[in-house]
Design a protein around this ligand. Sequence first.
Ligand code: GKR
Ligand code: MG
Length: 440
Amino acid sequence: MANRAAIAGVAVTPVAVPDPPLLNAAGCHEPFALRCIVEIEDGAGRVGLGEAYGDDATRQALEAAAPALRGADPWNLASIWAAVAGASGGTGGKTPAPDGAEGAALNAPGAVRSRAANAYAALEVACLDLQGRQADVPVAELLGGRHRPAVEFSAYLFYKFGRHAPRDPAAQGAPPPADPWGEALDPAGIVAQARRMAERHGFGTFKLKGGVFPPEEEAAAVEALRDAFPRAPLRLDPNAVWSVPTAVRIGAALRESGGLEYYEDPTAGMEGMAEARRASGLPCATNMCVTSFGDLPRAVALRPVDFILSDHHFWGGLRATVRLSAFCRDFGLGVSMHSNTHLGVSLAAMVHVAAAMPHLTAACDTHYPWQEGHDVIAEAWRFEEGRLRVPEGPGLGVTLDRRRLAAMHEAWQRCGIRRRNDRDEMRRHVPGWEYRNPRW
Ligand code: GKR
Ligand code: MG
């Protein structure tokens, strides 16, 4: 291949993106969410992009791996994996392999939080983007080709405060400004938010992030959504802070009143989820109790869920996500996609991998609308009828806006946040607030 060239340099830039006060079982989103933007450049000046979590641990894992990547072949992903594993002091037996059987023994159950896997995923995305630019093909083709021309996303609804709490309570002056989404603390607020999501982005599937208010109140919000959007698939995700009896009781009531597309992590652990699924009769999904290839044998044996929610950031990259999709197809499981706060580079990776997944059975999650166009890419993504078209150009099909990258990096320098901490943010609103599991 005439344009094939080795890696000449790797840049890792931490950025802070404005984020509204969204609520979840762990607390409240801070005014800024952290991400890392990865640029891998070849000798011809072509740049491949990747995006990772922005906490210090992931950033340091990326920075530690970067020097070993210089001179490496971006097409040899095994050597990229070796560089990451080497830089993080070996795999420690906890790191999922990026792909293939060579690392199967390393796929320890529960390896979701492995920093090496998180770092590798972003570097793999950047290498695939670079490969695509060198070979003039889209990433979806490098992953085996597209199974769909566009990818459907769901509206991700959150209970939320109308504005952030002051970070320094002693400081005088105006309170932080209200955001355009307003407060959503009851069923009417959630329905209004859903209408705004549907009007602006055309979403036809709705997921409510639960685990915030007593379960009956959250079930009432789901019923209000059902009344407002009678034909729309609905999901509820309390992030595992309900006991098994609560999950069964609320689930059975929701099934009676019209069901859910899926009941996402109402309770903790595979055994608890298997019982909630059996006794409520609802289809269940997880991004919490099945999070690595090492979890799959038990998931097949216990059947805690009907859907596994993929996420290339912690399943070990895009190729591993395609492998997960094929596994789910072969073992009779549905597949959808989990999301965390992210920018347009990750969204590009999500779109390409979703297109290339042989089996994708429900609309994917995305937090993207909550970032209100704040992005590091030149042209923000636009949803049409809740869908994004798979870019046809080389690589991921997005380009970096260096001015925006610099401004968001400056925000990172100023904001003082170095690790996501929803609990302490919640305490700024509700003094003494504690995370409990199970809470209900
Ligand atoms: O953004 O607050 C949030 C979500 O709760 C996120 O952190 C979860 O990882 O979206 C996620 C989920 O589906 O559990
Ligand atoms: Mg979830």
